[in-house]
Design a binder for this molecule. Structure first.
Ligand code: GAL
Length: 642
């Protein structure tokens, strides 16, 4: 794995660049990402290009032996462009145009902006496409950041109508599919259909789902335009995009298919603070991040681009954007870096080289302080460099277990949660965490992935279950665990004839006759486990494998397939994973609180996310080649596989 950093030469006097480059190389970095927000310096006024500074920056980095990941600057269209085409900005859900003065203000559907984005991409690609320093391209920056996938602009409305016409052919088919007879919502032509915002009460969920599918396709096609230009003008270079954490607003599997390498931006402390974790977890893992945050995304994004992935932005210290922004434990930046390596990352780049003393992110740490002195993370990057050199190149090993992840499932559950705590992302994360607490390595895969090589397959929830997916599951002889709400909706967001789980009934003969959601303070008990949030009444000829104390069935099994008709707690997940592991001949390794392990093809890595020293002796791996058997907080130990 290579190391790198995100650098903004345009933020610093040119006299500093050579020394910066020298220090990067000295720190063990070999990659530098530049340019993602630099449009106003590349083209200060329409057609008035200034390449000198960028030529010089690239030459300076190249001369220091650094490789450059060059970005298209389309996340930050400059003021003159917005003034030229004021309707290129996105419109938010309340119908307000998004203003200039930060970033990501464009609408993915605006034809004029798409043209401008292509123009600037082509300019960059033609100028630098063959430059020996350029090793890869990043398209744009973090599609969707700051809630920008959905736009309700006139441009979006017009393209949505075209998208619907292409999907349904005639408007009666749409009326039938959506069930528009309900509340007299029938349309006479596609031209009559608006985006689903600004309705008095909720819009038809089928309308919302198609709007989300459409908006996701808009991101895919916006990205593809840039990819095509870059491929043509810069052959042999990888193309990537930097995805975000805990983000499901567009289908990353679809965007990933057009990329060579999927990358993501890893901010474990910010994510812990901003997402659903309990107060206790936020306190316990304040300076580490929850132990599965980074790993979950490593495994998810590895599945988005044929196994090639990296970390484009790694948190180096306190960030500026969470409610609270603590500093990582000493050692944590090294740990996060080595964890990416264990999961098969091609590179990890720190965000950012030097902390900026001005503008929005002046409180965001870098590898250097604003006064250019090494910040804590600089020492940790050096430690990571040494560790990586010591263990040598790592190859990813196929995990024994697959967890199926679907962006469409996230949209369906978000559009019609039915209980406010039914959050798809959280459900999948809990299942993933449960597998990792048992010491299992996991591949997170799309419903389209080949599942035939796994020892066990977990499907936390898949409300719309494509026929091809059901057929694929039927062909498996490994254990399969299917979660609640699977098969509960048709493609057009209706309850299937014959009720849930729809076609999955071919695998497991049961019918979900009624569902209920539960208040946050309610859980219902089985023997040594409980369920919360969501429970289904199931009618079936088969006796439940596990039932609540009052006899209501929760887990049903048929041959190699199990269905869990509720939101399971940790103990129930542990119990089910234990049974599946027995059937599959999988060796489990229940781990102490806060410890995680991950195997590459040649090594075993252990990461201590807890606040106390953990004795790794009982794991039976012997003497580590790196790190200690008694692993301190933020410690990493690595063993060569025998
Ligand atoms: C990312 C973004 C960067 C920077 C960073 C700060 O979301 O891509 O440009 O803003 O967050 O943590």
């Amino acid at each position: 794995m290579e190391l790198g950093c995100c650098y903004f030469p345009e933020h610093w006097p040119a006299e500093m660049w050579a020394d910066d480059a020298r220090r990067m190389a000295e720190m063990g970095l070999s990659l530098v990402r530049i340019g993602e927000f630099a449009w106003s310096r590349i083209e200060a006024a329409p057609g008035q290009f200034d390449w000198d500074w960028l030529d010089c920056a690239i030459e300076t980095l190249h001369a220091a032996g650094l490789k450059v990941i060059l970005c298209t600057p389309t996340a930050t269209p400059p003021k003159w462009l917005v003034d030229q085409m004021p309707d290129m900005v996105a419109t938010d859900e309340s119908g307000r145009p998004r203003g200039f003065g930060s970033r990501r203000h464009y609408c993915f559907s605006h034809a004029g902006y798409r043209k401008e984005a292509s123009r600037i991409t082509a300019q960059l690609a033609k100028r630098y496409g063959q430059h020996p320093a350029i090793t890869a391209w990043q398209t744009d920056n973090e599609y969707g950041c700051h809630d920008t996938v959905l736009s309700f602009s006139d441009a979006a409305a017009a393209r949505f109508r075209e998208w619907l016409a292409a999907r349904y052919g005639d408007v009666d088919a749409l009326n039938t599919a959506w069930g528009n007879v309900f509340w007299s919502m029938e349309y006479r032509s596609f031209g009559e259909i608006d985006p689903p915002n600004l309705t008095v009460t909720e819009a038809n969920p089928a309308h919302w789902l198609d709007y989300r599918r459409f908006a996701s396709d808009e991101v895919v096609s916006f990205n593809r335009v840039q990819v095509d230009i870059l491929r043509k003008n810069s052959p042999g270079r990888d193309i990537t995009h930097n995805f975000m954490g805990f983000f499901t607003e567009f289908d990353h599997h679809d965007v990933g298919r057009d990329l060579d390498v999927a990358t993501w931006d890893s901010y474990p402390l910010g994510f812990l603070e901003q997402f659903w974790f309990s107060d206790e977890e936020k306190r316990d893992y304040l300076r580490q991040g929850h132990p599965d945050i980074a790993a979950f995304h490593h495994d998810l994004y590895r599945g988005c681009s044929n196994g090639r992935w990296g970390v484009m932005e790694q948190q180096p210290g306190p960030v500026n954007w969470a409610r609270f922004n603590p500093a990582p434990l000493p050692g944590m930046v090294t740990l996060w870096t080595l964890e990416a390596c264990a999961h098969g990352a091609e590179f990890t780049a720190y965000f950012r080289w030097r902390q900026a003393p001005f503008a929005q992110e002046q409180m965001h740490a870098g590898l250097l302080r604003p006064d250019s002195v090494d910040a804590e993370a600089a020492y940790e990057a050096r430690a990571a460099t040494q560790a990586i050199a010591q263990i040598g190149p790592q190859k990813i090993a196929k995990a024994p277990v697959a967890l199926v992840f679907s962006y469409e499932a996230a949209w369906v559950c978000g559009i019609q949660p039915q209980g406010h705590s039914f959050r798809y992302l959280e459900l999948t994360y809990e299942w993933y965490s449960a597998l990792r607490r048992q010491g299992l390595d996991v591949d997170i895969v799309s419903p389209e992935a080949d599942l035939s090589q796994y020892d066990a397959v977990f499907v936390p929830s898949l409300p719309i279950t494509p026929t091809a997916f059901t057929q694929k599951l039927s062909a498996l002889d490994c254990s399969v665990l299917i979660g609640p709400r699977s098969g509960s909706k048709s493609t057009s967001f209706c309850i299937p004839a014959g009720l849930a789980p729809g076609e999955l009934r071919d695998l497991i003969p049961l019918t979900v006759t009624r569902v209920e959601s539960l208040r946050d303070d309610v859980c219902e008990a089985g023997d040594s486990w409980s369920i919360s949030r969501w429970r289904e009444d199931v009618a079936s000829e088969i006796e439940p494998e596990l039932a609540l104390k009052d006899g209501r069935g929760i887990v049903f099994a048929n041959a190699n397939v199990r269905y869990v008709a509720a939101w399971p707690d940790q103990s129930l997940l542990d119990l089910l994973i234990g049974r599946i592991a027995d059937e599959a001949g999988l060796a489990l390794q229940p781990l102490p609180e806060g410890l995680r392990i991950r195997r590459s093809a040649s090594h075993i890595f252990a990461f201590n996310y807890s606040n106390s020293t953990i004795d790794t002796g009982p794991l039976g791996f012997g003497t580590p080649i790196l790190g200690e058997i008694a692993l301190d907080p933020a410690g990493v130990a690595i063993w060569a596989k025998s």
